[in-house]
Design a protein around this ligand. Structure first.
Ligand SMILES: NC(=O)c1ccc[n+]([C@@H]2O[C@H](COP(=O)([O-])OP(=O)(O)OC[C@H]3O[C@@H](n4cnc5c(N)ncnc54)[C@H](OP(=O)(O)O)[C@@H]3O)[C@@H](O)[C@H]2O)c1
Length: 404
């Protein structure tokens, strides 16, 4: 491994040692081992994808190195294991997300920086003396958004994280992606319309992380699903493969957006639901715009459409007739706000999904692993963040961090 010898003033700055620390007290072997992540003083070397201003990820994100002082009081030093690149993370970097990150100089810069990323699993490396319920080696997920998860290490208060019990049979990617998409799907199916086994729902964006989770939870609970996906442009084989993939997860019906817009689609719904004797009560909207309206029109009177995503970036326009004559209810859901109001329920929801994973009843969504080792260049990490909001992707990007 290559080593770097720094002048002692630079070394003291890099280790974030107080200026009064006598350089003579810094053992010489630290300067010989800058690539090591822990100094003899317990300072953890860390790297983070950060931004100073809102903007496009390729314009504003950069990799920043810093050091983390030993954990004290209620603080934990964490090593991240896996962190997804979710659409909301991009919206947050663009400044378009309601949950704002903290811009701070605590990473040793003269100007405030924010760390990107909202969801992750991390391992506890060390704990302050007032930490009561966590110890070295535990796995934790974030208790709230905007803590900054695209980083190798962090120091956070104990209250910011949720312990994951019995993680032995779970992968970092499973745990690191459980709290947003599967939890959202879970609450969408549970909290808006009382569904019982045999009941139907319809959703667009059915191949999204949320959509795939909804299909699998529905299968576990006996609900039946009509799933809308976008046809793969000029590639019928890929569209068929997507249908087969979702069917293998437990989807009852998979149709394309063109089929949904066709005149006879209501007749097909009537056929599937036995002329409405099994009414379509719930629609889950990931997309917005015309595809969402087409979804709402399939609902039985008094049905409910819940919007949780806006991937099509078009507003939803609703004709008055759907409200007046059919009494269709339009609702929205945001998992961050829900989790803040129901912390106990969030823990139970996460545990329930993780149990399904342990039992083999919940397949991972397709991911593109982005290996983040100590030597990985910032440009490479930023390149992998780009394109997250574009369609027809083979899988969600997930940062997977290297060994301790
Ligand atoms: N409200 C909440 O609490 C909450 C929680 C989780 C997620 N979300 C939101 O849910 C959405 C999906 O998130 P995710 O992480 O599940 O997504 P994901 O796994 O990254 O998948 C993205 C989905 O969006 C579709 N898509 C992309 N561009 C599109 C476009 N222009 N028009 C229509 N569909 C398009 C993709 O379909 P193709 O494969 O056809 O491109 C795919 O189904 C995002 O808007 C996200 O912010 C909200």
């Amino acid at each position: 491994m290559a080593t770097t010898t720094l002048p002692r003033y630079a070394l003291r700055r890099q280790l974030s040692l107080p200026s009064r620390t006598r350089v003579a007290h810094i053992p010489s072997h630290i300067s010989q081992q800058q690539r090591r992540r822990v100094s003899a003083y317990g300072y953890e070397q860390a790297k983070a994808l950060t931004f100073r201003d809102y903007g496009e990820p390729s314009d504003v994100l950069s990799l920043h190195s810093h050091s983390i002082s030993p954990a004290h009081s209620n603080l934990l030093t964490l090593r991240f294991l896996a962190s997804p690149i979710n659409p909301a993370d991009i919206n947050q970097i663009q400044g378009l997300y309601p949950s704002k990150p903290t811009f701070t100089t605590s990473l040793g810069t003269p100007y405030p920086l924010a760390v990107a990323g909202n969801e992750a699993v991390a391992q506890v490396l060390s704990t302050g003396s007032a930490v009561s319920a966590l110890s070295k080696g535990d796995w934790v997920i974030m208790n709230r958004p905007s803590l900054g998860t695209w980083r190798t290490h962090a120091q956070l208060p104990e209250s910011a994280v949720l312990k994951i019990d019995n993680h032995e049979h779970l992968s970092p990617i499973q745990v690191g992606t459980v709290s947003v998409n599967p939890c959202t799907a879970y609450r969408l199916l549970r909290d808006f319309v009382p569904l019982t086994p045999g009941d139907w729902f319809i959703q667009n964006g059915a191949n999204s992380g949320v959509g795939r989770a909804a299909i699998q939870l529905a299968r576990a609970w006996g609900y039946r699903s009509i799933n809308v996906v976008r046809a793969r442009p000029d590639d019928p084989a890929a569209t068929d493969a997507l249908r087969a993939d979702l069917t293998s997860l437990g989807a009852d019906i998979v149709v394309t957006d063109a089929e949904l817009q066709a005149r006879d689609f209501r007749d097909r719904v009537a056929e599937w639901t036995h002329a409405g004797r099994e009414p379509l009560k719930l629609a889950l909207n990931c997309v917005g715009g015309k595809p969402a309206l087409a979804l709402a029109k399939q609902l039985a009177p008094h049905g409910c459409m819940v919007t949780y995503g806006a991937m099509g970036r078009k507003p939803l326009e609703v004709p008055a007739s759907l409200l007046i004559f059919r009494d269709i209810r339009f609702a929205g859901f945001w998992v961050s706000e829900w989790a803040a109001r129901h912390p106990g329920e969030k823990k139970k929801t996460v545990e329930h999904v993780l149990n399904l994973m342990r039992e083999g009843g919940f397949r991972d969504a397709p991911v593109e692993r982005v290996e983040w080792g100590w030597e990985t260049k910032g440009e490479e990490l930023v390149r992998r963040v780009e394109g997250t909001l574009e369609g027809f992707r083979s899988g969600k990007g997930v940062f997977v961090f290297g060994e301790e």
